[in-house]
Design a binder for this molecule. Structure first.
Ligand SMILES: [Zn+2]
Length: 286
């Protein structure tokens, strides 16, 4: 489920970028500085770079005081929005939630998914009124939330077919959550000293306070396995960084330069590699 593979050959982003040699700082420093608030010597927390509920690889954590306890707690809502958008994928792949709990779907209003001794059970409410789900919980009416699942049911002789679409990446917090994962990965590979540079202050402002605008690129992976994978960061000739990683079936490319300087080049590369429609960027332009 969780593989972390710092391989040299990846498909994107740009060939003009090079992989950065990895200098992981493994020593514990007495006066660690938090990568988010830059507070010094604060009580720290173990930070899972990929949310645990999506199957973070065991050692893919920041455990040397890189993240203070307050920031770890205070930014957890961003991880949660990433987990919620991947809920169907992680549920279908049987990824255990925190503390080994069975996967569930509970944050979409008109859907509940549980995993019991008999396997997976999903209730979807397409009515305009509330109904009871298979587990006794109440399902809200369809159409009240942009996170609702829109399902269609078809009968074809003896067969019943259900198809549905799952809204993804619409919550602005989702993009902040993805940028948070990208920056935490950079810290994992390159260490706190690199991450504390002022050139990353716009990343900190965006993740912590939703200030500034950032965009991310994404494409579906080339294979169908549920897999989390992270590559070491890329550095451009101008000294800016980009990070690529895969969550479940989706590959992300995140420009970590202060003013999105790399983005046009990365976007161009996506067009070259995937055509005009094989990728997308978030937030969706309105
Ligand atoms: Zn902090």
């Amino acid at each position: 489920m969780g593989t972390y593979t710092p391989i040299e050959k990846v498909r994107f982003p740009c060939p003009s970028f090079r992989h950065v040699p990895i200098h992981r700082t493994l020593r514990k420093t007495c006066m660690a500085t938090c990568i988010w608030c830059k507070g010094v010597g604060l009580p720290s927390a173990l930070e899972h770079i990929i949310p645990e509920s999506l199957g973070c690889p065991e050692d893919f954590v920041l455990s040397n005081g890189e993240v203070c306890r307050r920031c770890n707690n205070g930014l957890a809502h961003l991880d949660q929005s990433v987990v919620e958008d991947f809920d169907f994928l992680s549920y279908m792949a049987d990824v255990p939630r925190k503390k080994g709990r069975p996967p569930t779907i509970r944050s979409r209003g008109n859907v509940v998914g549980t995993t019991g001794p008999g396997g997976r059970e999903v209730s979807i409410n397409m009515e305009r009124y509330s109904v009871n789900a298979h587990d006794g919980s109440t399902l809200g009416p369809f159409g009240r939330s942009p996170r609702n699942i829109d399902a269609t049911f078809e009968h074809d002789g003896q067969m019943a077919k259900t198809s549905f679409s799952v809204p993804f990446g619409q919550n602005p917090k989702f993009v902040r959550g993805i940028v948070k994962i990208a920056f935490s990965s950079l810290v994992y590979f390159l260490g706190t000293d690199t991450a504390l540079a002022e050139s990353f202050n716009p990343i900190r402002l965006y993740v912590r306070e939703n200030k500034g605008e950032r965009r991310i690129l994404l494409t579906s992976g080339t294979d169908e396995g549920y897999r989390n994978q992270v590559w070491s960061p890329w550095k451009s000739e101008s000294g800016h960084y980009a990070v690529t990683f895969r969550l479940a079936f989706v590959e992300f490319c995140v420009d970590l330069s202060p003013r999105m300087d790399l983005f046009p080049e990365l976007e161009q590369k996506m067009i070259e590699m995937y055509g005009k429609s094989g990728w997308t960027s978030l937030p969706i332009a309105l």
